[in-house]
Design a binder for this molecule. Structure first.
Ligand code: AMP
Length: 207
């Protein structure tokens, strides 16, 4: 199956590599990139209205309700003039439907989904050694030092990677994102990719 359009959504469980691979695709192609998780963490840090609305959900490891998530993301998508990559959106079938409807309304091609598959036990292993740059939100591994190799910002564990919140996020993934994956595969717009192995190995499969 060849992908003709230049818009992609990355779907997968937490710590499956959506951010690493999605960002790499956008960097290589010169396309725009939006991570909704990073957007929310930034809003929390800057204490914006979005941050205040989203905080209780993020603290519990729950998904932020669609009515809070949708307006900003759809505005971003509609404002793009070239290719783009969304990381972490859509996470629910209503989000996928709203994204398709917004693009159809303005006559743009519908996105294809890159669906990363990684077993739960491998995900649990990955989060115990995951750090994120607080400035540019790139992912790093424990042992890579205190500062981001890309921008020099501080590296820290993500609050929502603490084990209780992580297990809630994993449960939310199985309940809500798995049907969203099905939404794309049912429409022949989803490709399932083995997300195990090194980032370079996964990238070869994506390319
Ligand atoms: P991520 O960085 O993609 O793992 O997202 C971190 C957290 O942000 C998730 O566990 C959710 O609580 C929230 N989040 C990110 N994207 C969405 C979305 N599309 N819909 C609802 N909640 C989201």
């Amino acid at each position: 199956m060849a992908f003709a359009s230049h818009s992609f959504v990355f779907l997968g469980p937490p710590a499956s590599g959506k951010g690493t691979q999605g960002r790499r695709l956008s960097d290589e192609k010169g396309w725009a990139y939006l991570s909704t998780g990073a957007l929310l963490r930034r809003a929390l840090r800057d204490d914006t209205e979005l941050g205040r609305l989203a905080r209780p959900y993020l603290d519990r490891g729950e998904y932020v309700p669609d009515d809070i998530m949708l307006p900003g993301v759809l505005d971003w998508v509609k404002s793009q003039t070239g290719g783009w990559v969304l990381d972490g959106f859509p996470r629910t079938v209503p989000q996928a439907e709203a994204l398709d409807a917004a693009l159809e309304e303005i006559g743009l091609p519908l996105p294809k989904a890159m669906i990363l598959h990684v077993p739960d036990d491998e995900l649990r292993r990955r989060i115990t050694c995951r750090l994120e740059c607080e400035s540019c939100h790139r992912v790093a591994k424990d042992g890579e030092g205190d500062s981001c190799p890309k921008c020099g910002g501080p590296l820290a564990p993500r609050a929502d990677d603490a084990s209780g919140a992580f297990e809630s996020r994993l449960a939310e993934f199985h309940r809500l994102v798995v049907p969203t994956m099905q939404y794309y595969t049912d429409r022949m717009r989803g490709r399932i990719i083995n997300g195990t192995g090194s980032p370079d190995e996964v990238w070869v499969r994506i390319s």
